[in-house]
Design a protein around this ligand. Structure first.
Ligand code: SUD
Ligand code: ADP
Length: 283
């Protein structure tokens, strides 16, 4: 029944800063943020099926298969393309969930691009990004695969070239729901827009940080700890915190000083997504 197979990365992202600039009539918040990828993430394995079924062969604790963004992305592409094919999909989950590093969105984007390749459905990147936004605000940046300045609700993307430092990412054992942070009445919703130049010159902050650290003592304490060694920042709506370093050795040195019980990893920042680098090799 299997006709072809493909294994692809689903990398993490960081929000290098995040300003909430307003709120639309539909409740969604307008943002300014800067996305960069990490060369670290989940891996998905796809096998084509001729019987049209979409089967996720890996279980993600707490997420029903039908709610899994991988299955939802596969169904969306199948419907949009009209292909009679299906797929068996395996997920090697590495990224902490609810960590603001975009694991679910990245899995969805890898599924859209991977199955588009495997099924030979021929949708363009623009068409795949349009499908992606229906699954989540962060999916389009993973579909497009380039570090980007983002506005709107995160879907108005301008590719940018940034320095590619090494990052130490720390994941407090404390998933944060994005919806919960955006519905907190204490959230700053009227930040002034800034420019890329102002960010590069040291501007920009994460407007969600005060709400997250007020709600989660564990994240506040981890931030205080990481700030002893570097300028600690939070990605997205948390819970992951990160610091930038000029090389891997410096990042590893700080990692070695953190309590062994605290989950953390060191990864390189990338302007081109590891997914797109891998797909280019397959082309
Ligand atoms: C704010 C970011 C920054 O990267 O946070 P993280 O999720 O990565 O932490 C993302 O854009 C999040 O994107 P994503 O995680 O896909 O969010 P979605 O599933 O689309 O939205 C979850 C819920 O958060 C709220 N929401 C989300 C995004 C936004 N710009 N305004 C909102 O108000 C809405 O209530 C929505 O129902
Ligand atoms: N493949 C997936 N990987 C991770 N989370 C998923 C997936 N599919 C659905 N989800 C749901 O999306 C939520 C947010 O996931 P995730 O992308 O890891 O967080 P964040 O958006 O904070 O980075 C999870 O708590 C889970 O309920």
């Amino acid at each position: 029944m299997n006709t072809a197979t493909l294994s692809l990365p689903a990398p993490a992202k960081l929000n290098l800063f995040l300003h909430v600039t307003g709120q639309r009539d539909d409740g969604y918040h307008t943002l300014q943020t800067l996305f960069q990828f990490l060369d670290y993430g989940d891996t998905l394995h796809f096998s084509s099926r001729s019987d049209g079924k979409i089967a996720l062969l890996s279980n993600l604790p707490g997420v029903d298969a039908e709610d899994n963004l991988i299955v939802r992305a596969a169904r969306l592409l199948k419907e949009a393309s009209g292909t009679p094919l299906g797929a068996d999909i395996k997920l090697d989950k590495v990224l902490p969930m609810g960590g603001g590093i975009g694991g679910g969105s990245s899995d969805a984007a890898t599924t859209l691009l991977g199955l588009n390749h495997l099924w030979q459905t021929g949708l363009s990147i623009d068409q795949l990004a349009e499908l992606g936004i229906r699954l989540g605000a962060d999916v389009p940046v993973f579909v497009r695969g380039h570090a980007a300045w983002a506005e709107g609700v995160g879907e108005q993307l301008t590719p940018v070239e940034l320095e590619e430092p090494w990052f130490l990412v720390v994941a407090p054992d404390c998933p944060v729901s994005t919806a919960e942070i955006f519905s907190d009445e204490r959230l700053t919703r009227n930040s002034s827009p800034i420019t890329l130049a102002a960010f590069v010159a040291g501007g920009g902050r994460n407007d969600c940080l005060p709400v997250v650290t007020t709600r989660y003592t564990e994240i506040r304490n981890t931030l205080i700890l990481l700030n002893k060694y570097c300028e600690a920042k939070m990605t997205g709506t948390g819970s992951c915190l990160f610091g930038a370093f000029p090389n891997e050795r410096e990042a590893d040195k700080v990692r070695a000083r953190l309590p062994a019980t605290l989950r953390s990893f060191v990864a390189r920042g990338c302007n081109v997504s590891p997914l797109h680098r891998e797909l280019q090799k397959q082309a």
